[in-house]
Design a protein around this ligand. Structure first.
Ligand code: ZN
Length: 229
């Protein structure tokens, strides 16, 4: 192997900085959701408490989950993060009066927690940075190294995260009913803003039509039996 050059040290530093920045961004996202949860309306009383406990029981989810709603105008949305202490925080945004089925959104987010999607593996978070470094060491061509990182993100990481969305939809359909999940996705589709092309290539969320199709394909015998299907 050739001697290590100043350029190799620079690339090594870039990879380490990339990994450190992405870790810090993940921490900021968790802190942001936790802070907003503190100021949200906590869903822990009355009927919601029993709905949440029933969903957790059916998902066999024993971790602590803290769920809050930020009352806002506009379409409802949901996010989930996991803290270093293994607690999950779900933040729903939008108006509880909105026609979107909050139970379905909760089922989808709790499914992410039950399926252990909420904290990405070290490799999935850093694969692009690692491949960038490896490609540079092998080729010493910065453009090929950038290409390796972009390909890793678009061909490996994005499809893996999109598969997690399909899996969470399927689990949500198992506990909330496939027809309700389809109706919720159709409502989301009507309120969704179209993404720019580049964002849609790297989006963690697959196209809503594809999510609906997957549920139809997987649950078609059940859907045919449902009276309102
Ligand atoms: Zn999701």
């Amino acid at each position: 192997m050739e001697n290590i050059t100043g350029r190799d040290v620079t690339v090594g530093g870039l990879v380490i900085a990339w990994i450190a920045i992405s870790k810090q961004m993940e921490r900021c996202e968790v802190d942001n959701i936790c802070r907003r949860y503190e100021h949200s309306t906590v869903l822990s009383s009355g009927g919601w408490r029993s709905i949440i406990n029933e969903q957790k029981r059916r998902l066999r989810l024993t971790d602590n989950v803290f769920i809050g709603i930020e009352d806002q105008e506009g379409p409802i949305n949901a996010e989930i993060v996991q803290t270093e202490g293994e607690d999950h925080y779900v933040l729903l945004t939008g108006s509880v009066e909105h026609p979107i089925n909050v139970e379905v959104l909760l089922a989808h987010e709790l499914a992410h927690a039950a399926l252990r999607h909420t904290r990405g593996s070290w490799l999935s978070s850093n694969l692009a940075a690692v491949l960038f470094g490896v490609a540079y060491i092998l080729t010493t061509n910065i453009f090929l190294a950038i290409l390796a990182a972009v390909l890793a993100e678009s061909l490996l990481i994005t499809p893996m995260r999109q598969q997690e969305e399909f899996d969470a939809d399927r689990k949500a359909a198992e506990i909330a009913g496939p027809q309700k999940v389809i109706e919720t996705l159709e409502l989301l589709k009507r309120t969704e803003k179209p993404l720019p092309v580049v964002d849609s290539i790297f989006s963690n969320h697959p196209p809503i039509d594809e999510r609906i199709k997957r549920i139809h394909d997987y649950f078609s015998p059940v859907l045919l039996c449902e009276p309102d299907a």
